[in-house]
Design a protein around this ligand. Sequence first.
Ligand SMILES: Nc1ncnc2c1ncn2[C@@H]1O[C@H](COP(=O)(O)OP(=O)(O)OP(=O)(O)O)[C@@H](O)[C@H]1O
Ligand SMILES: [Mg+2]
Length: 388
Amino acid sequence: MAARQENPYRPGFNQPPVVFAGRRDVLDGAREALEIAAYDGRTPRPLILLGPRGVGKTVTLGEVSELAATEHSWPTVHVEVNLRGEFLPDLVTGLVAAGRVLDGADPQQRRRRIGVTGGRIEAHAFGVGGELQFEAPAGDGTAPDLRGALSRTLQVATDRSAGLVLTLDEVQNADPGELSILFAVIQEHVPDGWPLVIALAALPALRESRGRRRLPTYLERAEWHALDTLPPDESREALAGPAKQAGRPMTPEAADLLLEQSGGYPYAIQVAGHFAWRASHGSRAIGLEHARAAVPRIEADLAHLFRSRWDDASQKEQDYLRAMAAVAGRGELPTGGLVAAELAVPVTSVSYLRARLFRKGTIYREAGGGLHFITPGMGAWIRALDSD
Ligand SMILES: Nc1ncnc2c1ncn2[C@@H]1O[C@H](COP(=O)(O)OP(=O)(O)OP(=O)(O)O)[C@@H](O)[C@H]1O
Ligand SMILES: [Mg+2]
């Protein structure tokens, strides 16, 4: 029996891929921000990543930390906003921990990345494999706590010619009060030129809070990046790269078939790769026959995703999706006009539905105006629903 080889695909959420494809604009922006903070003595404007579920926001934040660690030996404090909208207590705890790591910083120790999971903080040492654990939250996350923790940690960083990255995830959930406390403190210290790089990630709904003025004005000047599906060459890299690296390359024909299933949706690419890898155990390459064998499993897995997107859509949004699926089922490329015609209503009366479905990440629009489901199989899935 062939020895088991670890599956190099990471279908799931918050799971760093073995091959991270694309997102060059974000990484260039982060590299630039790190350089401004490290060499120019200025606090750069924050980066904000916006995108629907499963498009890669969290793992892209992870890449920003990775850049900071490998190019500058800076640690990261990563905090995820909880469903109650709170994040300041975790942030304060993380800052205190980061301060301690920087304080004891020998060059080895500085290569640590600090994450906050629940109340526990872990600092992973790159290349060393060590792990530091801190206990006891430092404060309850009030403004004075935050101001104190940020000031002390950045003072320690500055004294050691280092800096700090702060990544904040699921910001659409954030309590507006907590957000204004954080950005008021940061704005207050802009003249100090803190070596601090901030990257936030949120669902596109965050833009609406911007409209409603619930977002601190400091964020209006942020560098906004919309994350969407990956373009074809990067999708192929994300799909075929891990197999190649693991020593079981994928044939171009197999990749073509799998990409038809996943489109450029990063989560679906990992799912497709995962099942194709499993179907090819004992082989030296992933061929067309393995890809074909994997298709039913990929479809079954993605069906869960389609079901939750469908259940999450209102009755009217479902009507819109059904009309879109019908147009696509006839082999035509759906456009706003064709979908409205299918529904026998004027375009303007349903454009708000289309906009909502964009925001939810159920569909997207290509540059030419054609509408697509975020994973290609959803149209067929909807048509099958109706024929049940
Ligand atoms: N650039 C990429 N290259 C390869 N795989 C990726 C890339 N971006 C994301 N993925 C994969 O896609 C999946 C989803 O990524 P991630 O959890 O970061 O999405 P997300 O946008 O944060 O989703 P959510 O909004 O649900 O938190 C993971 O399996 C991840 O490995
Ligand atoms: Mg995420």
